[in-house]
Write a protein that binds this ligand. Sequence first.
Ligand code: OAD
Length: 254
Amino acid sequence: MNDRQLSEIAGALRGARSVVVLTGAGVSAESGVPTFRDAMDGLWKDFDPMKLATPEAFEADPETVTRWYDSRRVRVHTVKPNPGHMALAEMERRVRSAGGSFTLLTQNVDRLHHRAGSTGVVELHGSIVVWRCTRTGRKVEPPPEPLEKFPPESPFAPGALLRPDVVWFGEMLPAEAVAAADRAVASCDLFFSVGTSAVVYPAAGYAALASARGAKVVEINRDETPLSRDVDWSVRGLSGEVLPQVVERAWAGA
Ligand code: OAD
């Protein structure tokens, strides 16, 4: 990011009345959480996540699916928010204290935004930290230690199982999350797309929707994405480095 770009983005942020930030797995990468489409690490490198993150896979092999999700769940309890998460929590505080509105939409399921101090986070794809009963839908947050039995039995209904409270391929996003996202995107004047490959809808469509309604769009991503040529500012970089620079420049000395 060159200094002109940084000044322009910081100026747009300082003057914005309504800011929406969409984050993806790239924002958690610097915390040590593997992204979805990068080569997967460790024990699970032989599994295709597209084949694990589906209701059919859970139906066919609930033990493998719940073991994979529980290993990811335990891992997020051992990592911590990185400077990118912290910068977004500061951005929210600054925008709101200036009387503006701020909404953080995340595709991430790791709750690192919450742990960094962001509030009102809209979890478009649910959370891996929470599991729910397959029969009653009742939710539970297991302790940080690995589950003992796979697939885990539900404590709420005999014979039912517990599954991660995440959105699988082919499943609907939580209705209240979609409604909150639609409201925020419809009324924002500045939209950030950060750390996402921008290929999974509806999240991938929000930047274009915001732009169509007159918002300026900033992309901060390590690699080029289908969005990159359609945004007002496209920044190649790491969110943990770029976001703190943007927040610092926007409110330096304020
Ligand atoms: P992806 O793994 O598809 O994309 C991560 C993006 O982050 C890539 O474009 C990387 O270039 C970028 N990236 C990696 N490290 C970065 C860093 N330190 N700073 C900035 N950018 C970085 O993950 P998502 O876009 O989040 O959905 O994937 C979207 C959805 O696809 C996920 O929520 C998941 C998956 O299917 C469901 O499971 C329903």
